[in-house]
Design a protein around this ligand. Structure first.
Ligand code: GLA
Length: 401
């Protein structure tokens, strides 16, 4: 009897130990591409292959982009007679494994979209009630990333629903990054660290600088509303767990200056860098921004500390981000419609991050200033930093000892 009780206890403990998210998959913010912002449900096998080819050809893979993720619309409208999810037969005539194999053959990783409710946001089958079966299918196909949405969830509990999918993925045995997408409705930054690797913090992004576009019961948001919507979520992010400010709109009808600002801010905030533009037609300037290794290095800094706003006055924002080895990134954003002259006196400002107990220590020596978009050195902190910043553009610098 005693032995039986001990055995039961052991089994319960080991089963609990079994239920966890895959560790070590997102020590820095995930980087990749997602189909939704440009293609919505108009996706197919050839598109994925083209994007994978472009990752290699355009130097995106070398810059660190890794995941190619198909969003909503990859499925057939119905499950098969055994309850399995089925890839849309016309869009993916060779099935999903063939697509995943192609992506893997380029040294990249492949992701799909699912939904915690009964239907996806575009009306395809949801995962509710089929989580373990679907996770096995994903593993069979070779899926490395799952974006998991929140439509048609009725009264479901978010934490419990995402935990079920986490456990299902873990049980299926293939390491998968779990990307939680419940739009910040249930404050995932307070509970999702042990469940997913990233979580959306707002409703859907749209390609405007500062707007809200209403769709009846919900809204899409421009870049700045998204940046400003959540207070005090910095402490939730760090290696393995990221606040997700949504797939980027870089290259989607923004000016080059706005593309630079958008990319700089996603990098500063340690948001995942998931591109959302058509890489087959992207302009040279857009690609230059997306592959800027000095900016990406700020996003991928191993401390994983999100930036904080240092000041915000007169249409001018200054953001600061502590980096490893006592270095800092700073981004000066000109929100105005006209260019602006910057004259920043280092002696007059005390820059620090109380949450992480870090100070920019100018008393014990100066820092060299590196301009990350123009790839040049701008002197050091013993003199004022002077620059002209165009409308909606940024000066992004790295301060080095
Ligand atoms: C939701 C998500 C989007 C996208 C669509 C797909 O709106 O927030 O990112 O995945 O669903 O239908």
């Amino acid at each position: 009897m005693k032995n039986k009780t001990l055995l039961l206890l052991f089994l319960t403990i080991s089963l609990n130990a079994f239920a966890q998210k895959f560790d070590g998959l997102a020590e820095t913010p995930p980087m990749g591409w997602n189909s939704w912002n440009t293609f919505a449900t108009d996706i197919n096998e050839q598109l994925v292959k083209d994007i994978a080819d472009k990752f290699v050809e355009l130097g995106l893979r070398d810059a660190g982009y890794e995941y190619i993720v198909l969003d909503d619309g990859w499925m057939a409208m119905e499950r098969d007679e055994n309850g399995n999810l089925v890839p849309h037969p016309e869009k993916f005539p060779n099935g999903m494994k063939a697509v995943a194999d192609y992506v893997h053959s380029k040294g990249l990783k492949f992701g799909l979209y699912g939904d915690a409710g009964t239907k996806t946001c575009a009306g395809y089958p949801g995962n509710r009630g089929y989580e373990f079966q679907d996770a096995r299918k994903y593993a069979e196909w070779g899926i490395d990333f799952l974006k998991y949405d929140w439509c048609s969830t009725g009264k479901q509990n978010a934490e419990a629903s995402y935990t079920t999918m986490r456990d299902a993925l873990y049980k299926a045995g293939r390491p998968v990054v779990l990307s939680i997408c419940e739009w910040g409705d249930n404050q995932p930054w307070t509970w999702a660290q042990d469940i997913g690797h990233l979580w959306r913090v707002t409703g859907d992004i749209i390609n405007c600088w500062d707007c809200e576009v209403g769709h009846g019961t919900w809204s899409s948001w421009g870049i700045w509303p998204i940046i400003n919507m959540r207070g005090n979520i910095r402490k939730a992010a760090g290696p393995g767990q990221w606040n997700d400010y949504d797939m980027m709109e870089v290259g989607n009808d923004f000016t080059d200056a706005e593309n630079r600002s958008h990319f700089a801010m996603w990098s500063m905030l340690t948001s995942p860098l998931i591109m959302g533009n058509d890489l087959r037609t992207a302009s040279k300037e857009t690609l230059k921004t997306l592959t800027n290794k000095e900016v990406i290095a700020v996003n991928q800094d191993k401390l994983g500390i999100p930036a904080l706003r240092f000041s915000n006055a007169g249409d001018f924002e200054i953001w600061v981000k502590p980096l490893a080895d006592g270095e800092w990134a700073m981004t000066f954003v000109n929100m105005a419609d006209a260019p602006r002259n910057l004259d920043f006196d280092w002696q007059k400002h005390e820059i620090g991050d109380d949450l992480n107990n870090r100070r920019l220590d100018l008393k014990n020596g100066k820092f060299n200033i590196r301009d990350l978009y123009n790839h040049k050195d701008l002197g050091d902190t013993s003199k004022n930093l002077k620059a002209t910043i165009g409308s909606h553009d940024v000066l992004m610098v790295r301060l080095r000892k």
